[in-house]
Ligand binder design. Structure first.
Ligand code: B12
Length: 302
């Protein structure tokens, strides 16, 4: 059961009067739930979404169980990245959450937070591990922290309705990386897709069953590690052939997809970073993207 808050707590947290808050609830501007006794309660993601869309700041986030935000000095992405590296290496989940949440509340684009803060912080963590400054356990712990934070944000960007277009995605067999596929899910949900990541290390035959069962409009594959190039390319192209009749657009991305490998793959679009995925998802939703039933190789990264 998710934690709920009273209108009085929320009013204090965002610095408005309780009567205004109740009025907004009555008008349906904030989603509420009712207790067994008929009292109105509010869920954190609904409150954050409302505050963000209406330009309210969290004056007393502690009331909602969130860390206090740094209101006076709004972080730039650059500063946030440096602070996040420090917090992640130290295993400080509270500060890591605070940094990410503050960027979201300050209206930075989620794709930029993912690309320029989280991913770049992990690139740096990888370099620190490579030169022996960071232990393996610190790197692993940092991944766990960021995945938890991304799952929290997932509720924040709940897809609008069951009628929203469906997207599913994963990482292929032999790929142990969890962050990029979790990120892709989040970006698509923020853009109004019913996006579900199936996880990492999934064989192509199971992915093709998933597409046949679910019939999504979009499928993403995040590829950070390829054990055997030949069997990867063969498995991928067979997967594309199998899902072609369904008309699903197949989007690929990830560090391991070099130019040479991509040339041999039959995808709909390659995206370099989360910003490209967001742009593709928006265009595709508006129906301006290439027809998904006409699967051809079109790079969007140039
Ligand atoms: C965490 C980590 C791991 C963890 C991952 C755990 C987990 N739960 O995910 C584990 C323990 C599995 C691991 C293992 C290894 N790792 Co490692 N790892 C990393 C690290 C630090 C972060 C990776 C990450 O998640 N980054 C964050 C993501 C979000 O960033 P990203 O991958 O760049 O993704 C962006 C884009 O590529 C794009 N994108 C990605 N996918 C998709 C998909 C779509 C659809 C779209 C649109 C876009 C997109 O958007 C993302 C955001 O901008 C990297 C450092 C680095 N440079 O990334 C090293 C790194 C990748 N690892 C490295 C190494 C050496 C290893 C090991 C060999 C270590 C070992 N001796 O065992 C193994 C190999 C495992 C394997 N089979 O490949 C090296 C690779 C060097 C190389 N030349 O290939 C790196 C670069 C570290 C380093 N500096 O040396 N690793």
């Amino acid at each position: 059961m998710k934690e709920t808050f009273s209108p009085k707590q929320i009013a204090r947290a965002i610095g408005v009067s309780e009567s205004s808050l109740k009025r907004w609830c009555d008008r349906g501007m904030i989603h509420t739930v009712k207790t067994a006794g008929g009292h109105r309660r509010l869920l954190l993601p609904d409150v954050l979404e409302f505050a963000k869309s209406q330009g309210y700041k969290l004056i007393e986030p502690e009331i909602l169980g969130l860390p206090s935000l740094n209101q006076s000095t709004e972080r730039t992405l650059d500063v946030a990245r440096k602070e996040l590296i420090e917090a992640l290496v130290a295993g400080n989940e509270t500060v890591s959450r605070q940094i990410v949440l503050e960027l979201v509340m300050a209206d930075h684009r989620l794709c930029d937070i993912c690309d320029e803060v989280i991913a770049d912080a992990f690139h740096e963590v990888g370099d620190l591990w490579d030169c022996g400054t960071v232990e393996v356990y610190q790197e692993r712990r940092a991944c766990e922290i960021i995945v938890r934070i991304m799952h929290e944000l997932r509720h924040f960007y709940e897809a609008p309705s069951q009628r929203a277009p469906l997207a599913i995605g994963a990482s292929p067999s032999g790929d142990p990386y969890t962050l990029p596929t979790t990120m892709s899910e989040l970006i698509l949900r923020e853009n109004g897709w019913r996006a579900v990541s199936l996880g990492n290390n999934l064989p192509f035959n199971s992915l093709s069953s998933a597409v046949r069962d679910q019939r999504p409009q979009l499928f993403w594959l995040s590829v950070s590690s390829i054990a055997d190039e030949e069997s990867f390319v063969e498995g991928f192209n067979q997967f594309v052939d199998e899902v072609k009749p369904i008309g699903t657009a197949v989007i690929v991305g990830g560090r391991a997809l070099t130019d040479n490998i991509r040339k041999r793959m039959n995808f709909t679009s390659f995206c370099d970073r989360m910003r490209n995925l967001e742009e593709f998802a928006q265009t595709f939703k508006r129906g301006a993207a290439p027809s998904p039933s006409d699967l051809s190789t079109t790079d969007t990264d140039n």
